[in-house]
Design a protein. Structure first.
Length: 110
């Protein structure tokens, strides 16, 4: 992923509307590219600060820490989605194997 692509994905990252694959590629890029990470951090801070103002909150938050938490949650989401995909594929394979076994048992081949 290049910087232009990563920067164009920042708004989608903040709104949590990236696909799992896009999210994984985006996080990998910002982990390796300080410039894009800084850009993400800036947009994230502005987004969070505006959200605070909209809610009328006066509390000063550690926005850098909030971004780190958000990135950790995103990575956890990626791991869960991959695990879910593996589980679904395994269940599907087992169900297919069962159907094939029952079919051949029914016709008397096994």
């Amino acid at each position: 992923m290049n910087c232009h692509t990563a920067e164009s994905m920042i708004a989608k990252y903040i709104s949590h509307s990236l696909s799992v694959q896009e999210l994984e590629e985006f996080l990998a890029h910002i982990e390796e590219c300080p410039s894009c990470y800084d850009e993400l951090e800036t947009y994230f801070i502005v987004h969070e600060a505006v959200g605070q103002l909209d809610q009328g909150e006066q509390e000063v938050l550690d926005f850098k820490h909030l971004l780190e938490q958000d990135i950790r949650k995103s990575r956890k989401y990626i791991r869960r989605r991959k695990l879910y995909g593996i589980i679904c594929a395994t269940v599907l394979c087992l169900a297919l194997a069962l159907v094939i076994f029952l079919f051949f048992s029914f016709i008397g081949v096994i």
